[in-house]
Ligand binder design. Structure first.
Ligand code: NAD
Length: 498
């Protein structure tokens, strides 16, 4: 029997007896009172009751206990070198792939938003997330010796994940962060945390079996605004990575820590008629219908040159979308937006009705007062450029299409609709001048030409994927380098070999 096995057996037995083994390396011990203000602490005991024979496998009620356990795991990972990181990544990818159907179903049942086929695809697609191979050191060599710049870990990262892709974001965050040698504590979305807790526990169980590390990815159960604050304030948490809308981005920016912010978007599409309209329509339907338009990169509004407008609308209908009449759009708009400050159109700032986010097209059609054929992917209609569906990030499968007189007008209106998020935009065109003009005007992180939005994340286009796209803070599509510190090691005058 090796030492690890003996230690595990002792921990297991003592765990059942409700005691900790002295010097147990993996189970996080209850901590003394944390420095966080009393008002923001839960009244419950600071650490969840022990489960799984005393092992937590990453699941904690208390953010400080989670950070401490993650710090221990970070040190254990460091001791296992790059091979240990590789193994963790292999485990996470394999579990996502093997459980894609089951976990997709579980996430859909909890969140009730989006589509099962795409939830499965997002989990299977974790295999394409870059790992340790992404971290190539930078060497310099000259008369004064040699210098190496390396991508080193931060330690523990505090991460916030969205409701729109809960397990996929948790998984790809773990892959990128662990590839860089870090551990992570998650505060998931309150409406999507149960599935994330289940996935994190499953990852840790497998990681523990293979590597003896119990809490490499920790998660707070249940997540609250208070647990986010405690996580962000914990001194062991070195940086934050938040994926979500404007609220969480603002909160992360105020935390006083460096934050990688994957913020909101409202991606516009321009169709200038110089490329195949049928292909453009097909691509727009694929992107806007994906997971019922939950993707932050998803096509949210389209601007089409007037002379090609009718043909493009016909092409959308031929490619699985259903056109609404102006009356139906009005009814749908009334159902899809609320005005919390004012209580009625024009009274306050419009907010998307969360009940309809990620709904099926049939549900939206019913709100619009109509029925649609089975298999309809998307609803669409002509709207003005200042329509709520154009200017708000609606995240539901209704696509507003705006008629414009020129490419210049289309670009200008697309820029307004994008709201300066600098997130994503698309063009369908064979005119490189139009492409260049739009790229320069909108300055989006992702700019996709002649493909659906998902081509920007390696699904039909070149490149790798990630569900955290750091638009607001500029790191771009997250990858292992995003979660590293660059450290320089200098040897003066020696070790150059010629
Ligand atoms: P959301 O903003 O409601 O929630 C995102 C996360 O932030 C959740 O975990 C939530 O609990 C937390 N949160 C919200 N306000 C907070 C606050 N004040 N303090 C601390 N935590 C807070 O977003 P959602 O509906 O879950 O996801 C959709 C949004 O996320 C859209 O705006 C979408 O564009 C964006 N998103 C961006 C990316 C990207 O990579 N850039 C990826 C996915 C989603």
């Amino acid at each position: 029997m090796d030492e690890t096995l003996i230690r595990d057996v002792v921990t297991e037995v003592l765990g059942r007896l409700g005691r900790q083994p002295s010097g147990a390396p993996v189970a996080a011990a209850p901590k003394p009172a944390a420095p966080t203000p009393a008002a923001s602490r839960p009244a419950a005991p600071s650490v969840a009751p022990a489960r799984n024979g005393g092992r937590r496998f990453g699941v904690f009620e208390d953010a400080d206990a989670a950070a401490e356990a993650a710090q221990q795991a970070y040190e254990q990972l460091a001791a296992q070198g790059v091979a240990g990181r590789r193994k963790v990544i292999e485990i996470v990818k394999e579990l996502c792939y093997r459980n894609a159907r089951e976990w997709g179903r579980i996430e859909l049942e909890e969140t009730k938003i989006g589509r099962l086929d795409h939830k499965i695809e997002k989990l299977e697609g974790q295999r394409g997330i870059p790992g340790v191979e992404f971290l190539q050191p930078c060497g310099m060599s000259g008369d004064h010796g040699i210098t190496l710049e390396e991508y080193a870990p931060f330690g523990v990262i505090g991460a916030v994940t969205p409701s729109t892709h809960s397990i996929p974001t948790v998984a790809c965050n773990i892959i990128s962060m662990v590839a860089a040698g870090n551990a992570v504590v998650f505060n998931a979305h309150p409406g999507a945390y149960r599935c994330a807790v289940m996935a994190v526990r499953t990852f840790n169980e497998a990681i523990h079996r293979e590597l003896g590390i119990e809490n490499l990815a920790c998660i707070i159960e249940p997540p609250t605004l208070e647990s986010f604050a405690a996580m962000a304030q914990n001194p062991l948490v070195k940086i934050l990575c938040v994926t979500g809308g404007p609220g969480v981005v603002a909160a992360a920016m105020k935390s006083g820590k460096r934050a990688v912010c994957a913020g909101p978007g409202n991606p516009p599409v321009l169709v200038d008629g110089t490329s195949c309209l049928d292909r453009a329509a097909r691509d727009v339907v694929i992107g806007a219908a994906y997971d019922n338009n939950l993707l932050c990169i998803g096509e949210k509004e389209v601007f089409v040159l007037a002379e090609h407008f009718d043909a493009f609308m016909d092409a959308l209908a031929k490619n699985g979308a259903h056109r609404l009449t102006p009356d139906q759009v009005e009814r749908l708009t009334e159902a899809a937006f609320v005005f919390p400050e004012g209580g009625g159109a024009g009274g306050g700032h419009a907010v998307v009705n969360r009940d309809l986010v990620g709904s099926d097209p049939a549900v939206l059609a019913e709100k619009a007062g109509t029925r649609i054929p089975d298999g309809t992917q998307l609803l669409f209609a002509e709207t003005p450029a200042d329509h709520l569906f154009v200017v708000e990030e609606q995240m539901m499968p209704f696509l507003p299409v705006v008629r414009v007189a020129s490419v210049e007008e289309g670009i200008a209106k697309a820029k307004v609709a994008e709201r300066g998020y600098k997130h994503s935009s698309m063009i369908h065109s064979h005119d490189v001048a139009h492409m260049t003009a739009m790229a320069k005007a909108l300055e989006t992180t992702l700019f996709i030409k002649n493909g659906p939005c998902i081509a920007g994340l390696g699904n039909g286009g070149e490149g790798y994927a990630n569900f955290s796209i750091a638009t607001t803070t500029g790191e771009g599509i997250a990858n292992p380098r995003t979660f590293t510190r660059v450290r320089r090691c200098v040897m003066v005058d020696k070790l150059r070999i010629f």
